[in-house]
Design a protein around this ligand. Structure first.
Ligand code: X2X
Length: 341
C-alpha cells in the first residue's frame, strides 16, 4: 500500500509536469470561469458564448472560457458578481452595469431615467469619452474592462392593466433590480417596488407574488413572459443597461501580451455581435420582435410624447438627486455627448 507521503509526492510530480487538472502546460488554467446572469439564447448569453468561441479559436485553444450563467458562482446574487470578479473568485464576466453599480457608483449613469432617448444616445455614451471614463472607474475598482455588449432598453410589463401615465402605476407591485435608484424611481412613480434577484424574480412572476417587472423585450420574449401573465407591455425606454466584458487583473496579467490582445479583440467582436442580436426586431425598419409579442395577444403600449413627458416629469427629482450622487461632471459630459450624437 502506498504511504500518504508517496501519494502526495506523486500528486505533486503530476502537477509540476503539467498533467494536473488545474493547469495546462503553459501555466495557463485549463478553464477560465466566466459569469453571466442569463444564458443563450438571450443576447447576453450569446455574446458570452461568442467571446468564448472566438477566444478559443484565435488562441488555438490556449485560453478556454467556460460560461457560468445564473450568476451561480455567487449563488445567484448578481449584485455580488463584481466583488467576486475583483477578488478572483471568478475569472471573467460579462456583466450588467446595473448589477455592478452597487460597487461602481458611476455605472448608475445608465439608470438615470430618460437620459438616453434612443440607441444613438446609448452608443454616444459607450463609444465616446463617457465610455472611457466609465472604463477608468471599472479599472480603479479592480477589474480590466475590455468591451461593451448590451442587455437593452428596459420596458415595463405587468399583469393588471395598460400603463400610459404614472397614475396607471399606482399601487402596482413591481420587481426591480438591485440598485437603490430603481426603488427611488418606482416610488416616485407611485408604484410599489420590491427589489429581488433575477433568480427570485422568475418564481415571483409565475406565482403572481409581484404584478410586474421591467426588462428588455428580448428577455420578455425568450422567457415567454406573456405565459406568466405579463400581458401588458409599455414601450417607454426609460433606461438601458449595457454589458461590460471584464477580467480579473491577476488573470489578465498572467496572459502573454499577444493573448491579452486576442482576448480583448474577441470581446470587442463578440460585443458587436451581442449588440446586433440585442437590437434585432426592434430597430429601424425591422419591428419583428414587437410584432411577435403583439401576435401573442399582448397589449403593447407606445406612449405619445405627452404621456412620456409625464414619466419624465415624475422622475425628474430622482434624476437630479442621482446626478449629484453619480457625479455631476460625468452626467454633464453624458448629456453633452447625447446632445451632439
Ligand atoms: O435581473 C435582471 O433584471 C437582469 C437579468 O436584467 C439583470 O441582470 C440586470
Amino acid at each position: 500500500m502506498k504511504t500518504f507521503k508517496t501519494m502526495i509526492a506523486a500528486a505533486a510530480a503530476v502537477t509540476t509536469l503539467g498533467f494536473g487538472p488545474a493547469m495546462a502546460q503553459d501555466g495557463y488554467k485549463d478553464e477560465y470561469r466566466v459569469s453571466t446572469v442569463v444564458p443563450a439564447p438571450f443576447p447576453w448569453g450569446l455574446a458570452a458564448e461568442k467571446w468564448a468561441e472566438l477566444t478559443k479559436e484565435r488562441t488555438e485553444g490556449r485560453i478556454n472560457l467556460k460560461i457560468y450563467p445564473g450568476v451561480q458562482l455567487v449563488q445567484g446574487d448578481q449584485t455580488r458578481e463584481f466583488t467576486a470578479l475583483r477578488q478572483g473568485v471568478i475569472d471573467m464576466a460579462v456583466g450588467s452595469t446595473i448589477n455592478w453599480s452597487p460597487q461602481i457608483n458611476e455605472l448608475n449613469l445608465f439608470s438615470l431615467p430618460f437620459l438616453m432617448p434612443d440607441y444613438a444616445a446609448l452608443d454616444a455614451l459607450t463609444q465616446g469619452p463617457v465610455g472611457e471614463a466609465i472604463f477608468d472607474a471599472v479599472r480603479k475598482k479592480g477589474a480590466v474592462p475590455l468591451a461593451w455588449a448590451e442587455n437593452g432598453f428596459r420596458e415595463v410589463t405587468n399583469s393588471k392593466r395598460s400603463i400610459r401615465t404614472p397614475a396607471d402605476m399606482e399601487g402596482l407591485k413591481l420587481r426591480v433590480v438591485g440598485s437603490p435608484i430603481y426603488n427611488d424611481m418606482f416610488t416616485a412613480l407611485g408604484a410599489n417596488p420590491t427589489q429581488m434577484s433575477w433568480a427570485d424574480a422568475q418564481p415571483a412572476l409565475t406565482t403572481g407574488a409581484v404584478d410586474g417587472q421591467e426588462n428588455p423585450l428580448t428577455i420578455y420574449s425568450v422567457l415567454k413572459m406573456h405565459e406568466l401573465g405579463q400581458t401588458h407591455v409599455t414601450l417607454w425606454g426609460y433606461v438601458a443597461d449595457p454589458l461590460i466584458f471584464a477580467v480579473n487583473p491577476a488573470v489578465f496579467d498572467s496572459f502573454t501580451p499577444e493573448d491579452q490582445k486576442i482576448l480583448q479583440q474577441a470581446a470587442v467582436d463578440a460585443g458587436v455581435y451581442g449588440i446586433e442580436v440585442a437590437r434585432k426586431g426592434m430597430t429601424g425598419g425591422d419591428q419583428s420582435l414587437i410584432d411577435e409579442i403583439k401576435g401573442y395577444g399582448v397589449d403593447v403600449v407606445t406612449l405619445t410624447p405627452e404621456e412620456r413627458q409625464q414619466f419624465v416629469d415624475a422622475t425628474r427629482g430622482v434624476y437630479d438627486q442621482w446626478k449629484q450622487k453619480i457625479g455631476a461632471d460625468l452626467v454633464d459630459q453624458a448629456e453633452a455627448s447625447i446632445a451632439n450624437r
